[in-house]
Write a protein that binds this ligand. Structure first.
Ligand code: URA
Length: 436
């Protein structure tokens, strides 16, 4: 990059540090320079921390989203074959909804060119979950990605060197520099990926609670408003839903374990919260795509796609097309399994009042299921299976969860810590509200 006299990298970082708004040109210069390798990781890290501390105006957030989106190629699809609508979640623990939602939405008439992220901080990522399927590739070349969308209605892709390279590089850095929790950074990260897909609209599940980046309702609302504002400014349809992430979603958390649970939802045997949330989000997508008139109609269409077996069949075809080998009839679908499984037992009788989703996410990361540093390898096998959820009755000695680990020491430690994050009280506890 030839250094523009009027703009220096240090000046841009200093401006943001001092809380002054940046121009669209300055933001683009910074993002382009970083993607080109002319701005160092440590300079981008300083910039990101300044954004975390000082925020961004709406105009800056739009500029950041646009600059990131245009850092790579923009996909385009023929307009005639069904509305192009996607869904994204701001990230949680046990959130495997995209895995079931994509094939269901396709069966309901949408096209879903989904570009997902990896695990970030203590939250899991759709790509890491999918890559626990032996052979499955998510780093599809843009031509192959487009071909799969044309052939199968959608597929699961990753940001590559070509598609939104800025987010790929920034996302990895944020994970390692404690700069994840920021409304403008999350907004730009999500929408740059989504809008580069060539979609006309996106449904965003804004997670709120201990197991989410947004822990309080007002933070979640701020993020939802920021996403909607950027969507409006960039001329795309957006619907946001705010949902609870106090306890893990479903009964499994951890990469391969979540794929198994996703298949159980697609087989009509999944946990109620996962199934309900999937139907609701599919309904929002169908509303956005103009394929249904009411939420009820959308939810019925979604349930029908599961009941008919079509959604599971579509999932299997997409996995196969992406090189994955899934044994739908076999034990645990033929996925790799952890060598050690240890139960966590209820220390007393009562009602489960709290299961700390954030702690579970951190423990999975510690077990090897997430990353502490950019290049860390993921162990797909580790994680938790919950046998009780909030509101359930438990007797002393009942199994509350199973931890899946690489060795006895890890399993012992994670089980002990997880028990500290589960509270059991005498009084009955009502089941938590999923939609906030
Ligand atoms: N999901 C994303 O894609 N980006 C973020 O920054 C957070 C969640």
């Amino acid at each position: 990059m030839i250094m523009d006299d009027a703009m220096s990298v240090i000046e841009i970082i200093s401006k943001k540090r001092d809380g002054a708004p940046l121009s669209e040109k300055e933001i683009r210069y910074f993002i382009d320079g970083f993607v080109a390798g002319d701005i160092a990781d440590y300079q981008m890290s300083a910039f990101l921390m300044a954004v975390v501390l000082n925020g961004m105006t709406g105009v800056e957030t739009v500029a950041m989203t646009r600059a990131m989106m245009e850092s790579g190629i923009l996909l385009e699809f023929a307009p005639s074959d069904g509305p192009l609508i996607d869904k994204h979640s701001t990230g949680g623990v046990g959130d495997k909804i995209s895995l079931m939602l994509l094939p269901i939405a396709i069966e309901c008439g949408l096209r879903v060119p989904m570009i997902s992220g990896r695990g970030l901080g203590f939250t899991g990522g759709t790509l890491d979950k999918l890559e626990s399927i032996p052979g499955l590739k998510t780093d599809l070349a843009p031509d192959r990605f487009a071909e799969l969308v044309e052939m199968l209605g959608g597929c699961f892709g990753a940001q590559t060197e070509e598609i939104v390279p800025a987010d790929r590089k920034i996302y990895a850095l944020r994970d390692a520099t404690a700069t994840v929790r920021s409304v403008p950074l999350i907004t730009a990260s999500i929408l740059s990926k989504k809008f580069a897909e060539g979609i006309s609209g996106v449904v965003i599940d804004v997670k709120c609670g201990r197991g989410a980046f947004m822990q309080k309702a007002d933070e979640a609302r701020d993020l939802a408003e920021s996403l909607e504002m950027v969507g409006r400014e960039m001329g795309r349809g957006i619907r946001t839903v705010i949902t609870s992430m106090e306890q893990p979603l479903g009964h499994s958390a951890g990469n391969a374990l979540e794929v198994i649970e996703a298949v159980s939802v697609l087989s009509g045997k999944g946990p109620g919260d996962c199934t309900e949330l999937t139907h609701r989000l599919v309904a929002e997508m169908l509303l956005l795509g103009g394929l249904v008139q009411t939420q009820e109609e959308g939810m019925e269409r979604s349930a029908e796609a599961i009941a008919s077996g079509r959604a599971l069949d579509r999932f299997a075809r997409i996995v196969e097309a992406q090189g994955g080998e899934l044994d739908l009839g076999g034990e645990d679908l033929g996925l790799p399994a952890a060598p050690v499984i240890k139960a966590g037992l209820a220390p007393r009788s009562g009602h489960v009042a709290m299961i700390d989703a954030r702690l579970m996410g951190e423990l999975i990361r510690g077990l090897g299921g997430g990353r502490f540093e950019v290049g860390d390898e993921i162990d797909p096998t580790v994680g938790f299976r919950l046998h009780k959820k909030k509101g359930d009755k438990a007797s002393r000695g009942d199994k509350l969860f199973e931890v899946h680990a690489r060795n006895d020491i890890d399993a012992e430690r994670a089980a002990r810590k997880m028990l500290e994050g589960i509270s059991i009280i005498d009084d009955p506890v009502s089941s938590p509200q999923l939609f906030l």
